[in-house]
Write a protein that binds this ligand. Structure first.
Ligand code: NAD
Length: 354
């Protein structure tokens, strides 16, 4: 397959690109605007492949997106480009509306025009795979409840509302225009190359640097964690075997309270990096409770039985194995995150060098 993938310089997109190049024969065209979250250094292991190419394009730029479709003639689209950080969506929702809603519309429209021009065989195998989040479902009240593909949408934050809107657009393009779409809604991801504003990398890096570990409210919010490489494998299953017009939930069966995640990170750092910055006795002493985020959802948990039963996907990592791998990765790849923290990754990608 020739895969047109948006957002490939981001956390999950780069994991999918690495999986495609390292473990399949498919080729990939990575379309990314390179916002603060886009980091080409996450793709160093694949840039020399003849099956990889990169175009710095904003998905909201319809003219350029139409040109990309006619230039590359992709077999499928995997759409991951988005503004993705809930806190940023609360401080400044405009970029979320623009990229996640308007950008998805522009991409759908370009995909529809291109798809209409295809010969019958290529037309029927074409897929527009929209990658979304379980946050569109809102939060769960009863401890035994799980999000299924039928759970009504009830987003709480500007981020999740913009993703919910984009999911609705994708379904409308399927129902109204017949565009062969598929949607996946996944739980919280973690793993290597994760931008250090998100909970897990922030805690690991702050602890290594002897900085406070800020936990929202009482830390009892529950998230269902999935190792990013397991998500990438699920996405490849769906793009290859997923049924047109369907939605698949993806999750790791790893419900954890935020405070328990932070405590586990501290325990594992005690094991793997017992020498600490001056003045720090225990990593746990760095934990600091801060005012809760407005509209903070209490619990997310995914029922992933549909993708497991219909497509035979299962996560390989437990939370315990995945978090240990992640911590070891951050300990041995400080160059990657130091360059994110000091901003040099973005100077280089803008051609300004160091
Ligand atoms: P990310 O923020 O790490 O990466 C997003 C990428 O999109 C970046 O490379 C950025 O440069 C690019 N981008 C942003 N705006 C763009 C635009 N207008 N045009 C082109 N490129 C643009 O995000 P992520 O965590 O890798 O998430 C990827 C997708 O998966 C998102 O759609 C997100 O909603 C979804 N998702 C994320 C999680 C998670 O836990 N991170 C869970 C479920 C679903």
């Amino acid at each position: 397959m020739k895969i047109l993938l948006t957002g490939g310089a981001g956390f999950i997109g780069s994991a999918v690109v690495r999986l495609i190049i390292n473990s399949t024969n498919h080729s990939v065209i990575n379309i990314d605007k390179l916002t603060y979250a886009g980091n080409l250094e996450s793709l160093q292991s694949v840039v020399d492949s003849e099956r990889y190419c990169f175009e710095q394009v904003d998905i909201c730029d319809s003219e350029k997106i139409n040109l990309i479709f006619s230039k590359y003639q992709p077999d499928v689209v995997m759409h991951l480009a988005a503004e993705s950080h809930v806190d940023r969506s609360i401080d400044g929702p405009a970029d979320f509306i623009e990229t996640n809603i308007v950008g998805t519309y522009q991409l759908l429209d370009a995909a529809k025009n291109y798809w209409n021009s295809l010969a019958e065989q290529k037309k029927s195998s074409f897929r527009f795979h929209h990658i979304s989040t379980d946050e569109v479902y809102g939060d769960l009240e009863n401890p035994e409840d799980l999000f299924t593909e039928e759970t009504p949408y009830s987003p709480s934050s500007p981020y999740s509302a913009s993703k919910a809107s984009s999911d609705h657009l994708v379904r409308a393009w399927n129902r109204t225009y017949g565009l062969p779409t598929v949607i996946t809604n996944c739980s919280n991801n973690y793993g290597p190359f994760h931008f250090p504003e998100k909970l897990i990398p922030l805690m690991i890096i702050n602890a290594i640097n002897g900085k406070p570990l800020p936990v929202y409210g009482n830390g009892h919010q529950i998230r269902d964690w999935l190792y990013v490489e397991d998500h990438a494998r699920a996405l490849m299953k769906v793009i290859s075997e997923g049924e047109e017009g369907k939605t698949y939930n993806i999750g790791g069966h790893n419900e954890k309270r935020n405070i328990d995640v932070v405590n586990l990170i501290c325990d594992l750092l005690e094991k793997h990096k017992p020498e600490k910055p001056k003045g720090i006795i225990r990593y746990h002493d760095l934990i600091t409770f801060v005012d809760d985020r407005p509209g903070h959802d209490l619990r997310y948990a995914i029922d992933a039985s549909k993708i497991e039963n219909e497509l035979g996907w299962k996560p390989k990592e437990t939370f315990e194995s995945g978090i240990e791998k992640t911590i070891l990765w951050y300990l041995s790849n400080s160059d990657w995150w130091q360059r994110v923290l000091d901003g040099s990754y973005s100077l280089e990608r803008l051609g300004k060098g160091e």
